[in-house]
Ligand binder design. Structure first.
Ligand code: CAA
Length: 326
């Protein structure tokens, strides 16, 4: 995958960043990055050869996205997606959402990528909602039959790779809903979460009425959605469990923290992390006893993995585990 130029990366992340663009899939066609054949000490310490899934061949895919930036860091283990429409506060047009769905699928299918970060470009917004200009002239029939802003759930829910939302600035309407579709939210100190759709004569349309209530409770969710006001800041987001941590120090520190977290996840066994993610997400869809049954099935499945033997042996032998994703 190539080489999306990233015009405002410097603005966002500074020139000292260690980022490099997503590589051509041809480089992945053997399932091996150069660093695999020439394993570094750090990789040695973190894990050994990848397992079958992570070694498999991947299709050639294009990556000529216009509204998002995509890049890979940490020797291919961490994908970073940046919504890139800062002039409209990263408003989520259909094109953004289509491209986002495509790149998530692309990164999820990539044998190397073990964690994905989703963020917004510029200093003001993660995403200030669905694109109001694009939506204004929609009619019921076109919205309904055209499934306006529906179906994007699948892009995140079918993604087995953990997704971390790095929320810098406004996450409003569809932006808040998109952040909530991710697995973990890290909130920059200026993060603002809200569902202002009722001000526009509509209701939340990308899962907000369902996810916000689970994240912040009924009364607070109702207050926000019915009034279209009373936004949540970073501190409150953490205190209510909507976000996991506040990261101070500006956008660069936020991305650094997200990358650190992604790297921690990426050094673990891929299939184990994927099962853990699916089990936790089941809690929203299943009752307690069904959820616990599913968890137990996945727990048992772990004992079919090489990585379980390796992880437990490493602990008992007081050494670092070398996971092989199998
Ligand atoms: N769609 C399209 N354009 C948007 C936008 C959106 N959601 N949010 C901001 N913009 C545009 C503005 O129109 C403006 O463009 P121009 O420079 O061409 O005028 C530019 O981004 C900068 O915005 P502001 O000048 O308004 O910036 P501000 O700092 O004064 O205010 C803000 C920031 C409070 C976030 C304000 O922009 C705002 O209220 N935005 C809309 C938020 C909103 O209502 N989101 C919900 C959308 S509906 C939805 O998401 C449905 C759903 O559930 C899926």
């Amino acid at each position: 995958m190539w080489l999306q130029s990233a015009p405002n990366q410097a603005l966002f992340r500074g020139s000292s960043s260690t980022f490099y663009p997503i590589r051509s899939p041809r480089l992945f066609s053997t399932g091996r990055l150069p660093s695999d054949t020439d394993q570094t000490e750090a990789e040695d310490a973190e894990g050994g050869d990848d397992g079958e899934f992570w070694d498999r061949e991947v299709d050639d895919v294009s990556n000529l996205y216009e509204t998002i930036l995509a890049e890979i860091v940490d020797d291919g283990r961490v994908g970073i997606i940046t919504i890139n429409r800062p002039e409209v506060l990263n408003a989520l047009s259909t094109q953004v959402m289509d491209e986002l769905a495509d790149v998530l699928q692309e990164l999820d299918a990539d044998p190397r990528v073990k964690a994905i970060i989703l963020t917004g470009s510029g200093k003001k917004a993660f995403a200030a909602g669905a694109d109001i200009k694009e939506m204004r002239d929609q009619e019921f029939v076109t919205a309904y039959l055209g499934r306006l802003l529906s179906g994007y759930e699948r892009a995140t829910s079918e993604c087995r790779t953990p997704i971390i939302a790095a929320v810098n600035g406004y996450a409003l309407g569809g932006g808040c809903e998109l952040a909530m579709m991710c697995d973990i939210i890290l909130a920059g100190e200026n993060a603002v979460f809200g569902q202002p759709e009722t001000n526009l004569g509509v209701i939340p349309g990308m899962g907000g009425t369902q996810r916000l209530i689970r994240a912040v409770g009924k009364s607070r969710a109702m207050e926000m959605i019915l009034s279209g006001a009373h936004f949540i800041d970073a501190e409150e987001a953490v205190s209510r469990g909507l976000a996991s941590r506040v990261i101070t120090g500006g956008p660069e520190k936020l991305i650094e923290a997200a990358i650190d977290l992604a790297k921690q996840i990426a050094r673990l066994s891929g299939p184990v992390v994927a099962m853990a993610k699916e089990a936790v997400n089941s809690a929203n869809d299943l009752g307690l006893s069904e959820g616990v049954k599913k968890e137990n099935l996945f727990f048992s499945a772990c004992f079919g993995l090489y990585d379980q033997k390796e992880g437990m042996s490493a602990f008992l032998e007081k050494r670092k585990a070398r996971f092989e994703n199998r």
